[in-house]
Design a protein around this ligand. Structure first.
Ligand code: ADP
Ligand code: MG
Length: 289
């Protein structure tokens, strides 16, 4: 592409809310044939809410929220924010957490009032040989993110958390398919929750339960198979995957790491900005050459 074409692309991008970091990004967007979409915070709003508290026998809802809320107050995850909001709505104050530890892709842990507390998904429970209750699994099958709370190795109950798919997501995926692109949904969340979102937006290829460190490997694998991959993400977890992709696109409201790792920054929250970005490069470069 000529410098004039690139300048035109960058300018048109800015008008559409697409910040292009360099000429390579615009070039790459023309040859991309696969678009990998992160689920939480990219396809969904990421504004999660606790929709149910299910204390186990011997525990009450306030106790469940006290332990979970105290630990999650130490975490920056969107799930943690939802848990803390629910806990603060129910309780006058949360006890402090000691020895807090983030467990990427799994949950979080800490000591609360002298008790060892674990908060996280089924994989975390399995790692600790803690059996999840039947209604935990049922909530996951129903498309929710279920979070188990264990106190001193004993199940204290679980929380059901829901997220909302962006209203623009379905139209964005339809537009990508109309451009002949293949789409993949990539997430650390459970398979069932991922499937519900995938069905809602019309994506059939789902990679769920992918640990943060493995996200880049999924991109590598697609590239090794001959695909030219665009990755769209927002989280700290997505940084390496964004950097590995032929074209990394970060949601502007996302984490600094995502924005720094990407080749393009998408300022519009409307997900149709993704097909716009791909069409834009193609058109600008084809017309002005
Ligand atoms: P995503 O790829 O959807 O952005 P993450 O890799 O950040 O997701 O997290 C994957 C899963 O790990 C979450 O769906 C949740 O089950 C669990 N998880 C991660 N962090 C936390 C936390 N602070 N509290 C509870 N669960 C968590
Ligand atoms: Mg995300």
């Amino acid at each position: 592409a000529t410098p004039t074409a690139l300048m035109a692309g960058v300018g048109r991008g800015a008008q559409l809310g697409i910040l292009i970091k360099g000429p390579d990004a615009l070039e790459a967007s023309r040859t991309v044939d696969t678009v990998v979409l992160d689920k939480t915070g990219t396809v969904t709003t990421g504004k999660m809410t606790v929709t149910a508290c299910r204390p186990a026998d011997g525990f009450t809802t306030p106790e469940l929220l006290r332990f979970a809320g105290a630990v999650e107050a130490g975490s920056e995850h969107a799930i943690a924010a939802a848990v803390v909001t629910a806990a603060r709505a129910e309780l006058p104050a949360l006890p402090p957490v000691e020895r807090f530890g983030a467990l990427p892709g799994l949950g979080a842990k800490g000591e609360v009032e002298g008790h060892e507390v674990l908060v996280g998904n089924a994989r975390l429970s399995a790692d600790h040989e803690i059996a999840v209750p039947d209604d935990f699994t049922a909530a996951e099958r129903d498309g929710a993110t279920a979070i188990l709370v264990a106190v001193d190795g004993r199940v204290a109950g679980h929380l059901v958390i829901r997220d909302v798919v962006k209203p623009s997501a379905r139209a964005a995926v339809d537009a990508l398919h109309a451009l002949g692109l293949r789409t993949v949904l990539l997430t650390g969340d459970n398979e069932a929750a991922a499937r519900v979102v995938a069905d809602e937006i019309g994506v059939s290829d789902v990679r769920a339960g992918v640990l943060p460190a493995e996200k880049a490997a999924v991109i590598e694998e697609l590239r090794a198979g001959g695909a030219r991959v665009a990755m769209v993400g927002d989280g700290i977890n997505d940084g390496p995957a964004l950097a590995t992709a032929d074209l990394g696109m970060a949601m502007a409201q996302g984490s600094d790491i995502a924005v720094r790792s990407a080749d393009m920054v998408l300022v519009r929250e409307d997900l149709r900005v993704v097909p716009d970005a791909i069409r834009l490069a193609d058109r600008t470069l084809r017309i002005i050459r």
